[in-house]
Design a protein around this ligand. Structure first.
Ligand SMILES: CC(C)(COP(=O)(O)OP(=O)(O)OC[C@H]1O[C@@H](n2cnc3c(N)ncnc32)[C@H](O)[C@@H]1OP(=O)(O)O)[C@@H](O)C(=O)NCCC(=O)NCCS
Length: 163
């Protein structure tokens, strides 16, 4: 008899960083790649906590650098699982700049897909997600992004990763 799949709520991971000059271009804007590294780490922690397993990033979709982040900024990164498949999870990740007056300005957002692995590095089932009211919109967006990625694959095939 197959085991009942567990249902659980996702926890939001929060990570604060100070932006240093070695993370920026000469004009003082933070490099996109450095922002992505922070997002990937924070999102991986959210996926790891949710799945209670090791995880790997499979895709990063819908990255939008909407506002600049500058040297000296305090930035807050949030990440939460908003949709799940069988072994995969989609994490919504946002980066905010602290305006030092009690406000936060959203600068970057993305949806990252992770796969959970067992100790033999085989993809392994994740719990069912108990969706909260506040995450419904992000959940819908995640499903649309997943669907459009699938459509892209149907039309153009998988990305060619051969050297
Ligand atoms: C993750 C990985 C094992 C998936 O391999 P795979 O052969 O596609 O495995 P599966 O077919 O069993 O798919 C596993 C899950 O990944 C999902 N997946 C695979 N490719 C995907 C893609 N391009 N977009 C979204 N999800 C994808 C599948 O839909 C499946 O999810 P589900 O179980 O919820 O339906 C493989 O792509 C890999 O090892 N990639 C490298 C990961 C890495 O090194 N990341 C960077 C450092 S962490």
């Amino acid at each position: 008899m197959s085991e009942q799949r567990r249902v659980k709520k996702a926890e939001e991971m929060v990570n604060w960083n100070l932006v240093f000059p070695n993370q920026a271009n000469p004009a003082g804007n933070m490099f996109g790649g450095d922002v992505l590294a922070i997002m990937d780490t924070t999102a991986a922690m959210a996926a790891k906590r949710f799945s209670e397993n090791q995880v790997s990033t499979v895709t990063v979709e819908a990255v939008h650098f909407a506002k600049p982040i500058m040297v000296g900024d305090n930035i807050k990164t949030t990440a939460k699982v908003v949709a799940v498949g069988n072994t995969s999870m989609i994490v919504k990740c946002d980066v905010y700049r602290d305006d030092q007056k009690g406000g936060l300005l959203k600068c970057v957002s993305a949806f990252l897909t992770f796969v959970a692995f067992d100790y033999q590095r085989h993809p392994t089932q994740v719990p069912e997600l108990e969706l909260t009211q506040e995450d419904k919109e992000a959940h819908q967006m995640a499903l649309i992004i997943k669907q459009s990625a699938k459509q892209r694959e149907v039309e153009f095939g998988q990305l060619d990763t051969t050297p």
